[in-house]
Design a protein around this ligand. Structure first.
Ligand SMILES: Nc1ncnc2c1ncn2[C@@H]1O[C@H](COP(=O)(O)OP(=O)(O)OP(=O)(O)O)[C@@H](O)[C@H]1O
Length: 264
């Protein structure tokens, strides 16, 4: 499904600001894998997500999704194959447009031609049904401007929009980090349900250690541009936050330095 081989990325090479963001990353995800990603500040997590989604090119190495190199995918296919939700609730939606208009754009995404943002009766019924699945009443606010929604409501909508096209891979980039604990929990539950229902292959960056252990079937830990630990489902079942932090310290030689870490 997702195959990352020997990916490296350096910023500002040959200057005093030179930063190695990724060093020879290898990672393979099977269909339906839900992998949580944790790591220290500057470990390379966002860079990895940017390279997987094709918005940034690696210096070396390749990323393949379902056997096709991401860099060679035309834009329309990339947007269909890769769903992404960012930390900032403002990032995934158009605030001046209504919920319905935002959904119409997401619905048309990835269609090569015949783009139709118009909302037919049939589409409206479909949007209503999809919003209803979120269970937060957005189906009754189809004509509300998205800019008026709360952060949590916007993230729920972003999640729905990112998964409308049944992407080959779903990238969640700290998508609950900007929310208060109860809204974060709501979005986490929605994420679990959507990923499970649609059997999506998912990579989720999180600073919440408890969430990283609790969700998904695999956990990877990054430090200084490398994957330093890869924990399978079996081990994850009995893992505690303090064991996880202990492992990090043992392997990297330092305590996890993450200024946004949430222990659980
Ligand atoms: N556009 C850029 N230009 C220069 N350096 C960059 C750029 N983007 C990232 N870096 C550097 O690359 C390294 C990896 O950054 P990245 O944002 O991928 O880490 P991260 O694991 O997402 O960190 P955090 O958890 O702190 O957000 C860091 O040293 C960072 O300063």
């Amino acid at each position: 499904m997702l195959h990352i081989s020997k990916v490296s990325k350096m910023f500002n090479p040959g200057t005093p600001d030179e930063k190695i963001a990724l060093m020879n990353i290898n990672l393979h995800l099977n269909p339906g894998d839900f992998v949580t990603v944790i790591g220290s500040n500057g470990a390379g997590k966002s860079t990895l997500m940017n390279i997987i989604s094709g918005v940034m090119a690696p210096d070396h190495g390749e990323v393949h999704i379902s056997g096709t190199a991401v860099q060679s995918l035309p834009e329309y296919r990339r947007s269909r194959w890769i769903g992404r939700v960012f930390q900032d609730p403002m990032a995934g939606t158009a605030p001046r447009m209504t919920i319905e208009e935002n959904l119409a754009i997401a619905y048309a995404r990835g269609k090569q031609r015949g783009l139709s943002f118009g909302v037919t009766k049939r589409k409206r019924a479909f949007f209503y049904e999809q919003l209803q699945r979120l269970g937060i009443g957005l189906e009754n606010r189809l004509h509300a401007k998205v800019g008026l929604l709360s952060g949590g409501e916007r993230q729920a909508l972003s999640l729905l929009m990112a998964t409308f096209t049944e992407p080959q891979i779903l990238l969640l980039d700290e998508h609950t980090a900007a929310l208060d604990p109860s809204r974060a929990e709501l979005i986490t539950t929605l994420t679990e349900n959507i990923v499970k229902d649609m059997k999506l292959t998912t990579l989720m960056v999180t600073h919440n250690m408890d969430q990283a252990i609790r969700l998904g079937n695999r956990l990877i830990m990054m430090d200084k541009g490398r994957i330093i630990l890869d924990i399978n489902e079996e081990r994850k079942k009995t893992l505690t936050v303090s064991q996880l932090l202990g492992e990090f310290e043992q392997i990297s030689g330092n305590a996890l330095s993450d200024d946004r870490v949430v222990l659980g």
